[in-house]
Design a protein around this ligand. Structure first.
Ligand SMILES: [Zn+2]
Length: 340
């Protein structure tokens, strides 16, 4: 939007304040892609860590990401540049026990200490108490309140809502994020338009979930996500693949999952606009240590690519993401209003 304007200088009056506002807004992030990867922690290289390169050729399971970072996704030095951030962040949040998905995701999507709020780490799906946190502080609600637009790219199906109704399933935290903000779910008709993604990235598991979707390359999934993100200030996509692979304790499967995640990131990075910032984080460790089927106490990686990367430099826990995203968008939206 700004590129078009600055590329056609004759259209806008050469008023200094307008020009200043345009220059400022050109530096600001316009969109965020929030990629949630379930169950990825940071640990040193070792025989049980699928992130470590293996074999005589040092085969790397995440060649694209590691090419950008210059290192595998292992415990090690932080990276802080104008466009790239990589640092470990805490997922235990001072609450005893192993961090779990429901409270971890609630912390990631609200900025609140969900396990402290409940008094424990809650596994799997959301309970009624967690819904209170989402009602009060859900990221989507906060973005809509600023005048921004938010969406979850994940594909939902009528069968999912039927299972909820039949009490065979409970809502995930991500689903509650939509519900509490009144954000519509993406359904099969959205998928048909290329405007939704199945949580497994490639549709490999779609047939086992009761519907057939054609297999797509992870890079194509990334391209679709990047394109969708152009219409929203924040686009969330959740993938649970790494957590499943971690619980399965299967090195080959884990590496395959990491290759798919790497392809997804590659597709996003190739097709996202320069003003879009990609934020990647996790709710707890798991896949980085296949020696146990349990979640780990390891920190999780915070990865940020794009113009807002430096703003995340001070984030220390999984609670820290939402406040930064909201602050950044507040700046962007205020500046865009100035331009109108
Ligand atoms: Zn798990």
């Amino acid at each position: 939007m700004i590129t078009l304007r600055t590329g056609r200088p004759g259209i806008f009056p050469a008023i200094n304040t307008t020009r200043k506002a345009l220059q400022l807004s050109a530096l600001l992030p316009h969109h965020f892609i929030y990629l949630f990867l379930d169950g990825i922690g940071l640990a040193p290289a070792g025989p049980d860590n699928p992130f470590a390169p293996v074999g005589p050729d040092s085969l790397d399971p995440m060649p694209f990401l590691n090419g950008v970072l210059g290192t595998p996704l292992l415990a090690g030095p932080e990276i802080h540049t104008s466009e790239v951030l990589f640092k470990p962040v805490d997922a235990t949040l001072g609450v005893p026990g192993r961090p779990q998905s429901a409270t971890g995701q609630a912390a990631l999507y609200t900025g609140r200490n969900a396990p402290a709020f409940l008094g424990r780490h809650l596994t799997g799906f959301a309970n009624g108490s967690l819904r209170i946190l989402l009602e009060e502080s859900g990221m989507f609600k906060q973005i809509l309140a600023l005048g921004g637009r938010a969406t979850a790219a994940n594909l939902y199906t009528p069968a999912y809502f039927q299972a909820i109704e039949n009490r065979k399933l409970r809502y995930s935290v991500g689903a509650l994020l939509n519900i509490t903000a009144g954000v519509p779910f993406r359904m099969p008709e959205d998928y048909e338009r290329g405007e939704a993604l199945f949580w497994d990235i490639t549709n490999r598991y779609s047939s086992s979930r009761g519907f057939e979707l054609p297999i797509i390359a992870p890079q194509e999934a990334g391209r679709r996500l990047a394109r969708l993100a152009e219409g929203y200030e924040v686009t969330l996509f959740e993938s649970y693949l790494p957590d499943y692979a971690g619980h399965a304790q299967d090195m080959d499967r884990a590496r395959e999952v990491l290759r798919e995640v790497d392809g997804l990131i590659e597709g996003i990075m190739l097709y996202k606009s320069p003003g879009t910032t990609l934020v990647i984080c996790s709710d707890h460790g798991n896949i980085e240590y296949l020696g146990s089927r349990l979640h780990t106490l390891n920190p999780v990686p915070l990865l940020v690519f794009g113009p807002a990367a430096p703003a995340f430099g001070g984030v220390e826990t999984i609670m820290g993401l939402v406040p930064v995203i909201v602050d950044q968008l507040k700046l962007t939206i205020d500046t865009n209003k100035l331009n109108r």
